[in-house]
Design a protein around this ligand. Structure first.
Ligand SMILES: Cc1ncc(COP(=O)(O)O)c(C=O)c1O
Length: 391
């Protein structure tokens, strides 16, 4: 169930609050309706990581600015991006990748080269530090090499980790970027603070997004940059998380386990593999249930036993086969992750007009209670309370 209006509100907020260029990280949700809505709201730059992502944007926006921000790319993908799709901005985190980009573009000089730095930022619920980014020790040499390789822009980028709960993480990362630039003796034309802006999930109520923007402004003011240095960000989650719910059906109940028709190989990848908490709501044709809430685990439809979402997901105690369960806040890294394993994964997309289950932009509350792992939540704790009072 998709809400283009929620994408529009997020896009408007970020573009007006962030003092620089907002690129959408397509990986979070490459659905055509998302790209269409962002374009309609004036987002005209996109962070892409593959040729299919480039094609998804180009299909709707032949002239959009594309930044190929994957630090390790196939030479063929670099060549197609440069020659067929007009991409000029490429990320790299090693001298080998720099050489690969130069070779694949025929020694092009009109490149914007973005050096991805490894930063120690902390505060992210989903760390992205281990895999990419040049370490502080090697960063100055790479920055210098990138600076020399292009006549156009040379920038620094980093990612503080996804769902970053601490605004100061950006300022800390920018200080590390600044130190690397000073040591290299070069000035950056672009400072790209990446993604990581949070959304709301059960038990995760982030600070106001204005605090993130403020921390980035302070971090930028403290950096050694020149007058015309551009500030970029590449949010994925914050632009789309609120926009989508998944409507699933209970195919069987066994105690506090519900077997539903989507799961770890579908749109619930994060719920299964990262044990990510998502909010749920029971939808029943005859109206809401009055039963108290308790915690359930969800099983997906495939035959694989890792197809389980431990939750716990708080649903009325009388949930039964045939009921529908809406799983909210799945606009980021939801449908984007789905496979067709075991023949499942067919989705119907329906536009809805209700609000999201929670919101960073005032569309709904900015917190969702946690379901504790000991939950049979409401009923169990009430009964315990009564017993205690008797004694
Ligand atoms: C290079 C890059 N930019 C931006 C993003 C978007 O991050 P988020 O969804 O946390 O905003 C990612 C996510 O993995 C990324 O790898």
């Amino acid at each position: 169930m998709v809400r283009p209006g929620a994408v529009a509100v997020a896009a408007r907020w970020l573009q007006s609050a962030f003092q620089g260029k907002v690129l959408y990280a397509v990986k979070a949700n490459p659905s055509p309706w998302v790209i269409r809505e962002l374009l309609a709201q004036g987002v005209s730059a996109f962070d892409v990581a593959s040729i299919p992502e480039i094609e998804a944007v180009r299909a709707q926006a032949p002239h959009a600015e594309l930044a190929f921000m994957h630090p390790i790319k196939a030479p063929e993908a670099i060549a197609r991006a440069y020659f067929d799709h007009g991409v000029r901005t490429f990320a790299l985190d090693s001298e080998d990748e720099l050489a690969k980009i130069l070779a694949a573009t025929g020694g092009a000089r009109d490149l914007n080269l973005m050096v991805r730095l490894a930063v120690e930022a902390g505060g992210a619920a989903y760390a992205l530090s281990g895999k990419f980014g040049v370490q502080a020790m090697d960063a100055p040499a790479l920055l210098l090499a990138a600076r020399r390789a292009t006549q156009d822009l040379m920038g620094v980028s980093f990612h503080v980790g996804s769902q970053c709960m601490r605004p100061s993480a950006y300022q800390a990362a920018m200080a590390q970027a600044s130190r690397a630039l000073v040591r290299a003796g070069v000035l950056a034309d672009v400072v790209d603070v990446g993604g990581g802006f949070p959304s709301v999930y059960p038990g995760m109520s982030p600070p106001d997004l204005a605090e993130y923007v403020g921390a980035i402004e302070r971090g930028f003011a403290e950096m050694m940059v020149h007058e015309t240095t551009e500030l970029w960000c590449e949010p994925g989650r914050a632009l789309v998380a609120e926009s989508t719910s998944l409507l699933t059906r209970v195919e069987l109940r066994r105690g506090d386990s519900l077997y539903i028709n989507d799961g770890a190989y579908g749109s619930l990848f994060d719920a299964a593999h990262a044990k990510w908490p998502f909010p749920v709501k029971l939808l029943r044709a005859e109206g809401p249930s009055e039963a108290p809430l308790r915690g359930f685990q969800l099983y997906g439809p495939t035959c694989d036993s890792i197809d389980v979402m431990p939750g716990p997901f708080r649903l009325p105690d009388d949930v039964r086969q045939g009921d529908h369960v809406e799983i909210g806040m799945l606009g980021a890294y939801g449908v984007a992750m789905a496979t067709r394993f075991n023949g499942f994964g067919e989705l119907e997309t329906v536009e809805v007009e209700d609000g999201p289950m929670a919101s960073m932009y005032g569309l709904a509350p900015r917190s969702i209670p946690t379901a504790r792992p000991d939950a049979n939540v409401v009923r169990f704790s009430r009964a315990k309370g009564r017993r205690r009072r008797k004694r």
